[in-house]
Design a protein around this ligand. Structure first.
Ligand SMILES: C[S@@+](CC[C@H](N)C(=O)[O-])C[C@H]1O[C@@H](n2cnc3c(N)ncnc32)[C@H](O)[C@@H]1O
Length: 185
């Protein structure tokens, strides 16, 4: 249930909201992001969607999610990009799924006679996974110039810009073993 209290909305979990955000708005967003980017948002993500997109409603100078979605659907390409970027979840870390990397090393070791090995990090977020793959390749080939090409892509243009920059806060490196820190950074 949602109550509108003099311009500030109170929703069922008693949080106040600056903009009206109805179930129909949420359903419309779920449908749009699925059609546009293949992202499937679960029905439990309503509060998350509100907090991610309220910034876009504000930045667009509009008064409600309904107006914002009408504006979006009129086809502004820059807003589609911002809308998509706001709805992606970019959690990542160096060697986040540690057990994958020895498997990758083994996989390329069996292909060492190939001229060039191409790896694709298809949802790279801010780049930690692609750089972890690069470190694993240095280890597998025992050289800093392994015959490997790594392509990193992501739907979210903001995270890709960070990946390209390759600058990370020190706390992002805390979980890396000391020998890797010494060897690579
Ligand atoms: C949780 S992060 C995972 C990052 C990294 N792969 C890792 O495991 O550490 C998920 C990433 O997938 C991206 N993403 C979601 N849908 C995508 C798609 N259809 N194509 C490319 N990237 C996508 C998001 O933008 C986000 O950065």
């Amino acid at each position: 249930m949602e109550l509108i209290l003099g311009g500030i909305e109170e929703n069922s979990d008693n949080r106040t909201r600056e903009y009206t955000f109805t179930q129909a708005d949420f359903d419309r967003i779920r449908k749009l992001i699925y059609q546009h980017a293949g992202i499937s948002l679960s029905t439990g993500k309503k509060n998350m969607v509100y907090s991610r997109l309220a910034r876009r409603v504000r930045a667009s100078g509009l008064n409600s999610f309904h107006e914002y979605l009408n504006f979006l659907e009129r086809g502004n390409p820059e807003e589609w990009e911002a809308f998509t970027n706001a709805l992606t979840t970019n959690l990542t870390a160096f060697f986040r799924e540690q057990h994958h990397f020895p498997i990758l090393e083994k996989h390329v070791e069996n292909r060492k006679n190939q001229k060039k090995i191409q790896l694709w990090c298809s949802a790279s977020s801010t780049g930690e996974e692609a750089y972890s793959m690069a470190m694993a390749m240095v280890q597998a080939f025992k050289t800093f110039t392994p015959p490997v090409h790594i392509l990193a892509t992501d739907l979210d243009t903001n995270v890709l810009a960070k990946a390209q920059l390759g600058v990370y806060p020190l706390d992002k490196l805390e979980k890396l073993p000391k020998e890797k820190l010494k060897q690579f950074l």
